[in-house]
Design a protein around this ligand. Structure first.
Ligand code: SF4
Length: 340
């Protein structure tokens, strides 16, 4: 079944005409979908019931069927949603004062297989289509009570392996004809796909780019990301430089801190060199894996690592862990559901 959101205005107008409906209905439907964040045709109260039924027979209003929703004490919400073919994906809403951020998935599973990641371990099934990506924003926005303030493309999957659907989804999220979210409030996080970074850069949209390096040299990185989809740091750096040049945005290096693996003073010092080379900010993330081999370093060690970076005049942050009681790290909820 076709998603109504993916119909162009012309296609929708044609459909309405063929069903004997006046043209203004297109604006009403559009309003329900993109301004009032409707997930069903039944909610579209100013449309005649017969029209709502006809729409429901030809289109889907939402690609997601909520399987489970879990809320943590810090009000982080995590959903597992079922797709039309039975696959499941995760979406997380992270709340902060004056800020509601949705973390969206772009694939069912992931081909990159980072060692600490539950999604990677589950293998790869398929790319999400445009509405499956966009409807995660709708889901989180409804929970937040208004359009989310930020979208981070950091959930299940490598977003740059699904650029063909990610790009139209982001355009729909940011376009005034869609949800109208400011492009600077969107962050795309990649494990480092130079070709995809360049393709994204060529669009010259001011979306933020975050690159998950997790290591400051290729040898250490090879212990974290298997070879098939691992690019050399030098190639990622060149692609990131191109992104910066095309978009004017300062990139972020994401660095998952794993106890005893990449958290030494020397690692921090090497990361500082790389971050300067990338002209990037750094976001440190204590590892949140269920695999005991990939534990987070003690808090004090994380702080020391951070101070090495800040003393080198880098913008660096240590990310607070949110949603820890609901397995909010990517892929953990889906894995738990499948094992239960
Ligand atoms: S961390 Fe991201 S890129 Fe790595 S396996 Fe998990 S989903 Fe894929």
């Amino acid at each position: 079944m076709y998603s109504i959101k993916e119909q162009t205005k012309e296609q929708l107008a044609e459909w309405l005409k063929a069903h004997g409906q006046p043209a203004f209905r297109a604006t009403q439907i559009h309003d329900w979908l993109f301004k009032k964040l409707a997930m069903t045709f039944d909610e579209m109260a100013n449309l005649p019931k017969a029209l709502r039924e006809e729409l429901a027979a030809d289109f889907s209003a939402c690609a997601l069927e909520i399987e489970t929703a879990q809320t943590d004490n810090d009000r982080t919400v995590k959903w597992l949603s079922r797709l039309h073919d039975g696959h499941t994906i995760e979406t997380v809403l992270i709340r902060a004062p004056k800020r509601n951020t949705v973390c969206v998935s772009t694939q069912v599973g992931c081909q990159v297989h980072c060692v600490f990641c539950a999604t990677g371990r589950q293998g790869f099934a398929r790319n999400l289509n445009v509405s499956e990506i966009v409807d995660q924003v709708v889901l989180a926005s409804r929970e937040a009570g208004e359009l989310v303030t930020n979208v981070v493309v950091m959930g299940m999957g490598e977003p740059l392996h699904n650029l063909q659907n990610l790009i139209p989804a982001l355009e729909m999220i940011c376009s005034p004809d869609g949800f109208g979210l400011g492009a600077r409030h969107v962050t795309v996080s990649t494990s480092g796909v130079p070709r995809g970074i360049r393709q994204l850069a060529d669009l010259q949209r001011p979306w933020n780019l975050a690159v998950s390096l997790h290591a400051a040299n290729n040898e250490l990185r090879s212990k974290i990301i298997p070879p098939k989809f691992r690019a050399r740091i030098e190639d990622i750096r060149d692609a990131v430089a191109y992104y910066r040049e095309k978009t004017g945005r300062m990139p972020t290096i994401e660095y998952v801190l794993v106890d005893g693996l990449n958290d030494s003073f020397d690692d921090a010092s090497a990361l500082a060199d790389v971050a300067h080379d990338f002209h990037a900010k750094v976001n440190l993330i204590p590892c949140n894996s269920e695999d005991p081999r990939f534990a987070p370093p003690p808090a004090e060690k994380c702080e020391k690592f951070l101070s090495v970076l800040t003393k080198r005049n880098l913008q660096a942050t240590l990310r607070m862990r949110k949603g820890k009681n609901i397995r909010a790290a990517c892929g953990q909820l889906r894995q738990a559901e499948e094992e239960s």
